[in-house]
Design a protein around this ligand. Structure first.
Ligand code: NAD
Ligand code: ADE
Length: 415
């Protein structure tokens, strides 16, 4: 690990990627520039547990510019880009991460972040928040509060809140309009195919692609699969979302049926074992499986291993499972978050919106933590609107404002 962190050549490459991302994150650079005259994080320790990518480096350097003392770990054992970890370390950030960690090394890196006694925690998936609440070493520490980046993290925190044990306020960044409409949908839609295509290099046109889950992530993936020429099918458990998928023009059926027909399966549910042994048993020879959800629980990989006589890596990020009847099923990125393991995650333009929300939410926690209750809080509307306006400005897009007459009409109950 130290060899990665101290590698100057790697750090130099990371600087190149940071510069590239910065140039394409106009929304975030604008947010940081404006915040630099309003937010003062001097002397504030911030623990950051995010996928360590070029986009994350722009956020972390922004927090540093505002005066924060940042302690950084990853959000997945396989998603860290070592060149970015090395670059950030060379810039004075305390980094605990490298690509290819074991689960226990990953967890220990999160503990190291908490050992730095951060007052604010910026998390993705809530492993850090849960550790702060669950492990004896950290429960007595005092925190101002935190933020959470993704749907699965928010679901876990809701459960913690319901148990009455949430001990600091957390802003659910995931739930901002300027986050989920763009990051979850367009970001994951594009980068999931980026990962699948880098790993397989196969044609999508004409293939039957089965997308599990029609939330924001599933919608983005289904949309991009259709754009690439696939025959797209969707599985759902929610009747409203199922109806929405149907009216958006997709074939919607149960996994039990679609498992026989799919060429490529992509999970995006946040749920456990959405593809399991009963489905593997029906799959076509050569079926390919990938997961875009936060955790590697959506495809029952151990179940697949049990019914296989051989598991072997056939190319980078592609494993072949051979079943007793000689059928082959291919798994991409070990069933982990495919866009971050087999590719570089979402593009910078979209992360600029998510990370503007992160930065402004962290600043709001810093400013108002004494007023907030220990609850999960939605992103305040003024932050969501500011991020949208910064994004429009960064993209040089102008829009109309209501006239006085329209304002009056909108506020009146008479026609
Ligand atoms: P969401 O809650 O909006 O959508 C999930 C959908 O899955 C829901 O419509 C739900 O009804 C459906 N679902 C649940 N169980 C199912 C089952 N057994 N079969 C079929 N459908 C099922 O969530 P989202 O924002 O779309 O996020 C989905 C997952 O992706 C989460 O784990 C989230 O954290 C993750 N995520 C990943 C990335 C990434 O970069 N890969 C980005 C954002 C979110
Ligand atoms: N989540 C999805 N894409 C990401 C990226 N590029 N950087 C950090 N977190 C991400």
């Amino acid at each position: 690990m130290t060899s990665i962190i101290a590698d100057a050549t790697l750090a130099g490459r990371g600087k190149g990627s940071y510069d590239w991302a910065y140039k394409h994150m106009g929304t975030l650079s604008k947010t940081i520039d404006t915040a630099s005259s309003q937010v003062n994080f001097h002397g504030v320790k911030i623990g950051v547990c995010l996928h360590i990518t070029k986009e994350t480096s722009v956020l972390v350097m922004g927090l540093k510019r505002l005066g924060a003392d940042v302690y950084l770990a990853g959000a997945n054992p396989l998603s860290t880009q070592n060149e970015i970890a090395a670059f950030l370390a060379s810039e004075g950030i305390t980094v605990y991460a490298w690509r290819g960690q074991s689960s226990s090394e990953y967890q220990e890196c999160i503990r190291n972040v908490l050992r730095g006694s951060p007052k604010i925690i910026i998390d993705d998936g809530s492993d850090c928040h849960i550790t702060a609440h669950d492990e004896k070493e950290f429960v007595t520490q005092e925190y101002f509060g935190g933020t959470e980046e993704t749907t699965t993290g928010v679901v876990r925190l809701r459960a913690l809140e319901a148990s009455g044990k949430l001990k600091y306020p957390i802003i659910a960044v995931n739930n901002a309009y300027t986050k989920q409409l763009f990051d979850n949908r367009y970001g994951t839609g594009q980068s999931t195919f980026d990962g699948i295509l880098r790993a397989t290099s196969l044609l999508i046109a004409g293939k039957r692609v089965v997308v599990s889950g029609y939330g924001w992530v599933g919608k983005g993936i289904a949309m991009r699969a259709r754009g690439l020429g696939a025959l797209v099918s969707v599985t759902e458990i929610d009747p409203v979302r199922a109806l929405e998928a149907r009216m958006d023009g997709y074939d919607i059926r149960p996994m039990g049926e679609l498992s026989r027909e799919g060429d490529l399966f992509i999970t995006a549910t946040g749920q456990k074992h959405v593809i399991s042994k009963e489905h593997f048993a029906k799959m076509k020879n050569g079926a390919i499986l990938a997961n875009a959800g936060h955790f590697d629980i959506e495809i029952d990989v151990s179940g697949l291993e049990i019914i296989s006589k051989e598991r072997k890596t056939v190319r980078n990020h592609v494993e072949k499972f051979t079943l007793d009847d000689e059928r082959a099923i291919y798994l991409i990125a070990s069933g982990r978050i495919v866009n971050l393991v087999a590719a570089e995650g979402h593009p910078p333009e979209v992360m600029a919106l998510s990370f503007s929300n992160q930065l402004l939410a962290a600043a709001r926690i810093f400013e108002k933590h004494e007023e907030f209750q220990n609850k999960l809080i939605d992103v305040p509307t003024d932050i969501d609107e500011l991020v949208a306006n910064n994004a429009l400005e960064a993209m040089n897009i102008r829009i109309d404002s209501p006239t006085e007459e329209q304002r009056a009409y909108g506020g009146s109950w008479r026609l």
